[in-house]
Design a binder for this molecule. Sequence first.
Ligand SMILES: [Zn+2]
Ligand SMILES: [Zn+2]
Length: 251
Amino acid sequence: MKVDILASGSAGNCIALTTAGKTILIDAGIARTKIEKRLLEVGIRPDSIKAIFITHAHGDHTKGLPMANKYGIPVYATVGEWKGISGVNERLQRTLETRYGIYEPTYLGGVTVHPFQTHHDAYEPVGYAIEPDDGPRACVVFDTGKVDDDMLAMMEGSIYIVEANHDRDMVAESSYPDSVKARVLSDLGHLSNEQTATALAELITGRGEQIYLTHLSSSNNLPALAEATVKAALARRGFRAGKHYHLEVIT
Ligand SMILES: [Zn+2]
Ligand SMILES: [Zn+2]
């Protein structure tokens, strides 16, 4: 699977995943023209995108959705998140349905996309596991205040694109108003480096998994700190970067 992180962070998030000859986007949180430009830079024609999957309706995940209308790309989101999304042509709107509380997967021919519930102050946010018929399974987990056991089960795979939003101490000492601090640190906020490290320590088995740390806060995190926190947690499990897994911090 080819992973192209077109944007990451509070200014916008957009991931292109190419597998089985198809490219899908997870979120479209930067301007349409920027998505087009960055896709072309990594050799992907914007008109070849098969689908856009949205984690939640916050602007840093949806701002570039006019792209869907221009190229006629179907957009997938939960019932709840559609309440917060505007401007997508009705004929392109696809709803991720649940059956008995579990999201139905979407099969796109050669690749299946499994949504799963995350925990964030949005209507009905989700993360995604992307499973090709042949090849490694990937997951994308952006804004979530915690990682629960159901999420861990869905995330298991070979490629991890996971939020490492903040360092708790940096948030506590920041100039943010108390209400914002409380929101970021809550179970419906964002993952701290420690939370991400703990989740990855449960998931990584040392088979050469690829980890991308994403959605870093520009004011309350440092790439070196996120990297060191995850590496330390994995070292406690006996895993070394470059040998048992690969780690990239996206800034
Ligand atoms: Zn959000
Ligand atoms: Zn976000």
